[in-house]
Design a protein around this ligand. Structure first.
Ligand code: ADP
Ligand code: MG
Length: 612
């Protein structure tokens, strides 16, 4: 028998390897641009013809190459970026596998022109299908220009496999965007078939996002900044209200390298969970900085996948960072409450024209982080609130307008306040026993009472679970109840969180519990029913993450206990509700993503009035 094994010629081996690295013009764009970054360029110009199928050119002003290196760079495993295996664990550059140029040259006609600053002239090399066709000296500016023509000219099957020019161009723009985003200090241009599509000036990340996606993004972004020992996270998320129906701008980088990471993506989506409708997607531009030793980027030829050593830690930090960003945004006063005299309703003596216009005194905690907080929450906002609690006689309107005459009382005690203390002045009316209506600077504010209360209770319960602060009310007659084994073991798991909310539950045997106490503000709700509903919900959203469990419990409890539409409210109840709503981390949307309130603007009102 003859020996049958033969070593493949280099050109063939390169072509096979190229299949992994270079799938389409955009792959070559990515590799060439990353090389330019690694070369320390401050200006990178990308020029394509026919979506890169006819030509891709990347011009940089980076360090350039010597004549020998220019020749060597087309060899497989030729790289200046690692020397020994250990280097793999400290790599900070984009490339390191030393196979991109070998791969591109195997399947295209490549012209390289390069010059180091210290050299008098540059060198030009033409390499077609891994064969050097020409090498000459050329005068040129310092830097490197790669021109890739007729990609896949020698692999017709691949060339035929390419999509329409529009589709390939989308991929090219996407790669260009990913590189340009994380390097805002570098100037970039992209020119396609003679038309300049992007001209990006050096600046900061926000300016770069605006340069790529439009100036309107100025208004849409929230900064994310989180530094910890092991992980730093910086960038921007899009405001919840800018969430889109299509998976839009979702850019995730690790040490400035674009990556796809469904698990970490989930951390962001989860942070937005209660704020955007189910069928919308959050937008983000985030870079996670980690010690290169904490990740492995070597697992995929195109390097878009990364393994973290401690991915759960990164998940938790990322989630908290995004929640903090959302929280800080929503804590800033959004709505200017209006002086009631502008209502054009005659309140007679009650409204003093000298009363100052003031912002509502919304308690703001700019350091609020829902998963870190240990300190007691301000009692003004969530101290055992029920919507039916009476702070004052709702019939006494003067109380609401700061006319603190002697007959105004609060639970029998005279209401007194220093004359200088700002007095909130708003007037609430209830529409159809379902909506709270009041005026604000820009028009009329209409609040859905059920959704508002849903949001208030949801945040209250989350906090109580974090702070173990729920008040309990003892049952006069402890109530036993039985469930099936599965539900009972699930309930057993949730007991610590439920206890924080004020439930006093005792497990008697495998399937039986006794209710000794219930949350103090659970007035009129059947506890066993509530617990059963919560377990059902928990099962649907089951997950191994603690924060999800708490979200689940808070959400179910809140939806069960919140007041419904068609419930009459008193003035004081409405005032309490509005106060607490705007003390919430996220006032705009209910935990199910529905809008809590709307503002009918002055313009809209005027348009209505002038309508013919
Ligand atoms: P890698 O980037 O993984 O090292 P490449 O095949 O992409 O492998 O590049 C091989 C080598 O060629 C690089 O390590 C670098 O030394 C050199 N090189 C490539 N592009 C440039 C450039 N634009 N400027 C300077 N040197 C470059
Ligand atoms: Mg490279």
């Amino acid at each position: 028998m003859l020996d049958v094994i033969k070593l493949l010629p280099d050109a063939v081996a390169n072509q096979i390897a190229a299949g992994e690295v270079i799938q389409r013009p955009a792959s070559a764009v990515k590799e060439l641009m990353e090389n330019a970054l690694d070369a320390g360029a401050t200006q990178i110009d990308l020029v394509v013809k026919d979506a890169g199928k006819a030509m891709i050119m990347v011009v940089d002003n980076g360090c350039g190459m010597s004549e020998t290196d220019a020749r060597l760079c087309f060899e497989r495993h030729a790289t200046s970026k690692i020397r020994k295996a250990e280097d793999l664990f400290t790599i900070r550059t984009m490339g390191f596998r030393g196979e991109a140029l070998a791969s591109i040259a195997a399947v295209a006609q490549v012209e390289l022109k390069t010059r180091r600053k210290e050299d008098e002239v540059g060198v030009k090399i033409i390499n077609e299908g891994s064969v050097v066709k020409e090498q000459t000296l050329v005068p040129m500016a310092a830097g490197t220009t790669f021109t890739v023509k007729n990609l896949f000219f020698n692999v017709p099957a691949r060339r035929n496999f390419l999509k329409s020019p529009a589709a390939e161009m989308r991929h090219v723009v996407e790669e260009f965007t990913r590189v340009a985003l994380m390097n805002p200090e570098i100037a970039f241009t992209l020119t396609s078939d003679g038309k300049e599509l992007y001209h990006l000036y050096p600046g900061n990340l926000k300016q770069r996002i605006m340069g790529l996606f439009g100036n309107a993004y100025d208004e849409k972004l929230l900064p994310v900044n989180q530094d910890t020992d092991r992980v730093n996270i910086h960038g921007y998320i899009m405001k919840a209200e800018c969430a889109r129906k299509t998976r839009g701008e979702q850019y995730f980088f690790v040490n400035k390298r674009f990556i796809k990471h469904p698990y970490l993506h989930h951390a962001i989506e989860n942070a937005f969970l209660e704020m955007i409708p189910k069928d919308s997607f959050p937008g983000y531009f985030l870079n996670i900085e980690v010690d290169p030793a904490d990740i492995d980027v070597n697992i995929h030829p195109t390097k878009t996948e990364v393994n973290f050593i401690d991915v759960k830690l990164v998940y938790a930090i990322l989630h908290a960072a995004v929640r903090k960003a959302i929280g800080q945004h929503n804590l800033s006063p959004l709505i200017d409450f209006e002086e009631p005299s502008n209502l054009n309703i005659d309140f007679g003596e009650v409204v003093k024209s000298s009363n100052p216009i003031v912002q509502p005194d919304v308690p703001i905690d700019p350091t609020y982080n829902p998963f870190r907080q240990k300190k007691e929450f301000s009692n003004s906002s969530f101290g055992g609130y029920t919507p039916f609690e009476k702070k004052a006689d709702p019939g006494d309107w003067r109380l609401l307008y700061g006319d603190r005459t002697d007959q105004a009382t609060d639970n029998g005690h005279p209401v007194e306040a220093p004359a200088s203390e700002p007095v909130k002045q708003s007037h609430y009316i209830q529409l159809g026993h379902s909506y709270i209506v009041t005026t604000v600077k820009s028009g009329i504010l209409v609040i859905d009472q059920h959704l508002a209360h849903y949001r208030i209770l949801f945040e209250k319960f989350l906090k109580e679970m974090d702070n173990h602060s729920g008040q309990s009310q003892q049952e006069l007659f402890p109530q036993p109840f039985t469930m099936n084994v599965n539900d009972a073991s699930l309930l057993h798991e949730l007991l610590p969180d439920l206890q924080c909310l004020g439930f006093a539950l005792e497990q008697v045997n495998a399937t039986t519990f006794v209710i000794n106490g219930t949350p103090a503000d659970m007035s009129g709700c059947e506890p066993v029913q509530l617990l059963e509903k919560m377990l059902d919900n928990y099962k649907i959203n089951r997950s191994d993450l603690q924060l999800e469990r708490k979200l689940n419990i808070a959400k179910t409890m809140a939806s069960q206990l919140s007041i419904k539409a068609m419930t009459p409210l008193t003035e004081v109840e409405m005032e309490n509700m509005v106060d607490q709503l705007f003390g919430c981390t996220v006032a705009e949307v209910a935990p199910d993503g529905k809008k809590v309130y709307a503002i009918v603007s002055m313009d809209e009102i005027m348009n209505k009035l002038t309508e013919k």
